[in-house]
Design a protein around this ligand. Sequence first.
Ligand SMILES: *Cc1c(COP(=O)(O)O)cnc(C)c1O
Length: 367
Amino acid sequence: MTFPPLREELRGLQPYGAPQLPLDQVPVQLNTNENPYGPSEECADDIAASVRRAATGLNRYPDREHVELRTALAAYLSRDTPHGVSVEQVWAANGSNEVMLQLLQAFGGPGRTALSFAPTYSMYPEYARDTSTAWVQGRREDDFSLDLGLARELVEAERPSVVLLPSPNNPTGTALQPEAVTALCAAVGESGLVVVDEAYIEFRRAGTPSALELLPTHRNLVVTRTMSKAFAGAGLRLGYLAADPAICDAIRVVRLPYHLSSVTQAAALAALRHAPELLGKVDELRGERDRTVGWLRERGLQVADSDANFVLFGTFDDRHAVWQALVDRGVLVREVGPEGWLRVSIGTAGEMMSFKDALSAVVEEKR
Ligand SMILES: *Cc1c(COP(=O)(O)O)cnc(C)c1O
């Protein structure tokens, strides 16, 4: 018997995560899709004041139902759908990754299957494993879109309890066409849930709708969001979902008691009051993204269309060598996605300049 007495299927596994390199060694960090613009001094002061007020009550457990926060999140979501979103439809947790885990705890499990389409978010299979849910991966087309016929066939063959669909997709940046959500909700039926992970939806191009609009027509649809990306709050750890109230009730059964601390609730509420400021750089980042896509294509590289704040580009015979050469020049991107591709997050104009300079030098060298 080896020590520690780990679950058989976890033996020998390494913890997963993007490499975190020190800022003084690699100053341009474009690898985890963060918003490069942090909160202003004024916003930080307001967050600090809210946390200060919460601090005098830290002897008490937080509001388990986080009603004030859910109310504010419902109001924020209601801007994206003519039907509105009610507080009963909203649930929040420590990052949308925790929301995802809670969904699998409640709706996955032994004898059940979770399904997604590769290339997709690399954390999903980990949550399936951790909840003893079987994991099935279909594939996307060469342009990273979904073939709806094939997707429906796979759903009918596998009868998944949970289908995970990021839109825009990570790492490709591809948004789902609304017909895809409708078709998959119908194919899955009431024996499963379709989870549309809209972590990057605020960065979508004009004309791309949110799946929130489809909530009234599909009881089995769940839309997850996060404050980590457009909202400039990755350090806050606040994710949330909108779904049928019965789905929120099911999550209440599996959530840890008092999972959202008073400090998190206070900080998130303050951040939401500053939504216009925190989201204020989204347009600029979208412009920078579109210029980056154009620049990469002008250099003859392949680039996936992006509705997110990152761009997948390639292809390189030895992508690890390109990744390392960029690191050596102080630029950290992500080695992720299909073989040969790299992903760059959209930073400030200055950071993108450094990225372009470094990549030009590296590509020149490799010629
Ligand atoms: C970054 C990201 C998230 C956000 O996770 P948090 O736990 O909210 O920080 C969710 N889904 C995808 C696909 C992501 O890339």
